[in-house]
Design a protein around this ligand. Structure first.
Ligand code: ZN
Length: 232
């Protein structure tokens, strides 16, 4: 699954890769793969960086990461526990451990880690800001947590990915709470194997947070998201 076209100005393109939090994201100059699992290594080409949120099997597949890294020469940014599992196989100068509060630049694209409310060793979530300031929040499979309100206010997100199933405690309601706390322009329900849970999330949004649009993604389709024209 590679994205051939380039996003328009002030936009990004993304693809949902699996039943979990696997996202391929393309800005005008960089392509990032976040938590890729259940994909063929050859399907991910021209990758500049791989981002890993935590060590669980549905987010970290070491042999896959090693293959993609070898083929593309990309950098790998990972939480502490995942870094430990990768460090023998990924060259030192290509592997960067990240912790909440730390920002790493990939060219002019910024990747900043925040905390995650999920039972893993050192899980993180990622704020990705494109070179023309499109702001995306990849919340991995976190449950809601109170600091999300402040993060949302500060960052003014264009798009937030919200887990609606599979992870411990995750439901359309907890996914909705992430959207409610962060108040993005667009909320995207993912980390689920059922369209019903995505639709339940969309219903909650429509009722309780009508200014946030819902984008229900299908896997392996390309979506373009543009920066909101007026920053509030
Ligand atoms: Zn997960």
């Amino acid at each position: 699954m590679s994205i051939q076209k380039t996003p328009e100005k002030n936009s990004i393109l993304f693809v949902w890769l699996n039943n979990y939090a696997g996202i391929l994201l393309k800005t005008p100059t960089k392509t990032l793969a976040i938590d890729p699992v259940d994909v063929k290594p050859k399907a991910l080409q021209n990758i500049d960086a791989i981002l890993i949120t935590h060590e669980h099997y549905d987010h970290l597949d070491p042999p896959l990461i090693i293959k993609i890294q070898k083929a593309t020469g990309c950098i790998v940014i990972a939480d502490s526990a995942s870094t430990k599992k990768l460090q023998l196989a990924i060259p030192d100068d290509k592997l960067q451990e990240i912790k909440p509060g730390v920002e790493i630049k990939i060219g002019e694209v910024s990747v900043k880690a925040e905390k995650s409310n999920h039972p893993a060793q050192a899980p993180v979530t990622y704020i990705i800001t494109s070179e023309d300031q499109v702001k995306v929040y990849h919340t991995a499979d976190s449950l809601p947590f109170p600091e999300l309100a402040k993060i949302g206010q500060k960052e003014n997100f264009d798009m937030v990915f919200c887990t609606v199933g599979i992870a411990p405690g995750a439901t359309p309601q907890t996914g909705f709470e992430i959207a409610w706390l962060t108040k993005p322009q667009i909320a995207v329900p993912y980390h689920t194997a059922t369209v019903a849970s995505q639709k339940a999330f969309a219903e909650l949004l429509k009722k309780e947070l009508p200014r946030t649009a819902c984008l229900i993604p299908e896997q392996n389709k390309i979506y373009q998201v543009s920066k909101r024209s007026e920053k509030i």
